[in-house]
Design a binder for this molecule. Sequence first.
Ligand code: MUC
Ligand code: MG
Length: 382
Amino acid sequence: DDGVVIKIEKIDTYLVDLPTIRPHILSMTTISRQTLAVVEIHCDDGSMGIGEGTTIGGLAYGPESPEGIKLAIDTYFAPLLIGCDADRPAAAMALLDRHIVGNHFAKNAIETALLDALGRRLGLSLSMLLGGQVRDSVPVLWTLASGDTGRDIDEAAEMVARRRHNAFKLKIGKRPVAEDVAHVAAIKRALGDAVSIRVDINQAWDEPTAREGIARLADAGADLVEQPVPAWNRGAMRRLTAEARIPIMADEALRGPADGFDFAAQAAAHIFSIKPAQAGGLFAAGKLAAIAGAAGVAVYGGTMLEAGIGTAAAAHLCATLPRLEWGTELFGPLLLTEEILTAPLAYHDFALDIPDAPGLGIHLDPDKIARFRRDRTRSAPL
Ligand code: MUC
Ligand code: MG
């Protein structure tokens, strides 16, 4: 040890607005673009790392927005982090946790950037820093959310033919249960048994609606139901999990290891959606997965529809998990019209390859960033 400490010198944040390939309809909002809060951490040895904080529909999904993530990092995170030892991401995260409540998406973006910088300095990939890969690629499903049954069937058939996806998640909960179930049943009938159909309600149902809806979805051939009731309603999740004929997945309800522990103790879900942003970081998400493993709960690699940075980070984590029973939905970059990486993430044979260059193993395309970066003086409405 030569005694030289590498310090965090500067943190840059900026917003990037990227259009989606089609409107993406969820129970609580419809998105036609994604906004990324990109974080760059620069260290005093010249090394740097990047992270991403992306939400769905501004504040429609959860308590953080891209604009808020940028504000929180610029105003509150950066002053705490400047001067910290860049080789100690865990110490930096502990400092943040002592002084900043919540703000999990922002914390995850920062931790990702710290690990990316550390990995680049050491010549190790993020998955190596997280313990090493158990698999070289992860299965990736696609979300059908055009709002039109026929269009969804065509979209899915094309994905299967191209060997890009063979599992699909349907976003429902916006329309009456009978209509939603008819939509799911029609898609399942058209695609057949070789294809897995799952649904995400995004908290839209109350308990009696969920009870009826889940039974009808089981009859329609759906393989799992994600977050049918509001995140706060653990009692309903426990009762529905005990009764359901198909597995129930918790998503929005899991904001880190403590929620996971309580869910596991109450047997309130069969599957946990593991999302680094929602958990408050990659290590927190790994702990959530470990709790699932200890409790016999299955895991799934969830997404906040991040672009290439957040998607690569989550893929590295998912590659290290001993069990990944339900695969992942790490397709975010494929929903966007623009590629912001110099080399896109590689999707083929129903899976995503884990990048193996140091850190996240990705690089931002400066021209694309310059083109889609939000003008700092203009406020762009959703
Ligand atoms: C969610 O709730 O899981 C994931 C896929 C998708 O289309 O939306 C997200 C968020
Ligand atoms: Mg979900």
